[in-house]
Design a protein around this ligand. Structure first.
Ligand code: AMP
Length: 417
């Protein structure tokens, strides 16, 4: 599972940065290396090519500038490094950082960008600076510029280090990676993918056949909380909603198969507090204006790890605390580990006693049976209505017949606590 490396305290010196450059960082007021620097600098100093995925503002410029400057110090040489940046502004900013970090060691930089006097730039280049920064790298990644890339690659030495930094791994970046990098080490941090500290994240390891039972147990343990339960399919939202309502829990589904007015109606009931459990898929919940909830349950582990971040971001907003619990079955371990890797944390387990959970088994079983029957009934009605020519819109929050059944007791009481 994920390493705790990011949690260790690092200094620039502990990453292998030489004294002069560590002092330069200190002079810039950088107290400790940023996450992308912690990951990139030691690998770059080892001589590896790098692919770094990190957002602007993460300190990624220094992540590659420091190793370049350190190598330059070891073997001073004009035209030592060439940096390609997508825009003119970024090219200027990158050059500024090289100069700020390298001021104590006399580093000379030249920026060659469009829209600026070419003669002055030619003179700056003729002075044989150590570092040259060019713009419009993104245009170089277009198909039409393949020839130009080839020319650049021909002009630079075969024996070289190549660092490729981007906010996202696009097809174009992947293409460039294949063309220019040798066995690169991949480092990735992104503020976008980190979760807030007020969010408590846990997992619950559950045998697949008792998954519903565990869900009911969890909802009961935190009864009264506003909760969003995420499932993979529209069908699961309806099935779970029927099961939970049968057990006396105030659940309501939102699925892509519902008409827009029905979705809005369901959402309004949730917002108004008439229902405190919203069951949804990633697609159905996207773009919905939902207030912060107390708990997010990942009934199904998202296949796309980034969806995890979106899901849990529904709770612990604006400094409030929140809980996110993921139900992990024996089939989800790999998917779940990918999430831990993405967020860079190993999560604790939600405490539960299987014996206690299984006390619910019989009643959950009965509710499952009734839900299946009800879903079949609806399917039949829909076909019948279609034949008759009326739309037969899927009514996912119809009467509350079930909640009046004998199962309608708060389960907590039935556990004899
Ligand atoms: P960048 O992600 O390269 O655009 O950097 C964003 C800003 O973070 C720049 O203004 C840098 O001066 C600053 N910066 C880079 N590394 C650090 C660090 N270790 N500590 C504090 N600030 C830093």
């Amino acid at each position: 599972m994920a390493s705790n490396e990011e949690e260790e305290v690092h200094t620039f010196a502990s990453l292998g940065v030489c004294e002069q450059l560590a002092e330069a960082c200190d002079a810039l007021g950088w107290k400790k290396p940023s996450a992308i620097q912690v990951q990139s600098i030691p690998l770059a100093l080892e001589g590896r090519d790098l692919i770094g995925l990190a957002q602007t503002g993460s300190g990624k410029t220094a992540a590659f500038a420091i190793p370049i400057l350190q190598a330059l110090l070891e073997k001073p040489h004009p035209l030592f490094a060439c940096v390609l940046s997508p825009t003119r502004e970024l090219a200027l900013q990158i050059a500024e950082q090289f100069e700020a970090l390298g001021s104590g060691i006399g580093v000379k930089c030249a920026v060659v960008v469009g829209g600026i006097d070419m003669m002055a730039q030619a003179i700056a280049l003729a002075k044989r600076p150590h570092v040259v920064v060019l713009d419009e790298a993104d245009r170089l990644l277009n198909m039409d510029f393949e020839q130009e890339i080839d020319e650049i690659l021909k002009a630079i030495p075969r024996e070289r280090k190549t660092y490729l930094f981007s906010a996202t791994m696009t097809n174009k970046v992947a293409k460039l990676q294949r063309a220019c990098l040798k066995n690169p080490a991949k480092v990735e941090v992104s503020s976008k993918y980190s979760t807030v500290d007020s969010l408590k994240q846990q997992y619950l390891f559950v045998p697949a056949k008792y998954k519903d039972c565990y869900l009911v147990y969890l909802l009961n343990e935190l009864s009264g909380s506003t909760t969003m339960v995420f499932t993979r399919t529209c069908e699961s939202t309806r099935r779970l909603s029927l099961i939970l309502r049968n057990l006396g829990l105030d659940a309501i589904p939102i699925s892509g198969q519902m008409s827009q007015p029905k979705r809005i109606g369901a959402l309004n009931k949730f917002k108004a507090g008439e229902r405190n459990i919203l069951i949804c898929t990633d697609v159905a919940s996207r773009g919905l204006d939902i207030p912060s909830v107390d708990m997010v349950v990942n009934y199904d582990i998202p296949t796309n790890s980034k969806d995890y971040i979106h899901r849990v971001g529904r709770t612990a907003r604006a400094g409030r605390s929140g809980l996110a619990v993921s139900l992990v079955t024996q089939y989800d371990v790999e998917l779940y580990q990918r999430i831990e890797q993405l967020i860079g944390k190993k999560l604790p387990e939600f405490p539960s006693e299987q014996e206690e959970v299984l006390l619910l088994h019989e009643r959950v079983n009965e509710a499952q049976r009734i839900a299946t029957m009800k879903l079949r009934e609806k399917e039949g009605n829909k076909k019948h209505n279609k034949k008759r020519g009326d739309g037969g819109d899927d009514d996912d929050d119809d009467d509350r017949r079930f909640t009046g059944s004998k199962n309608n007791k708060k389960l907590k009481r039935s556990k004899g606590r």
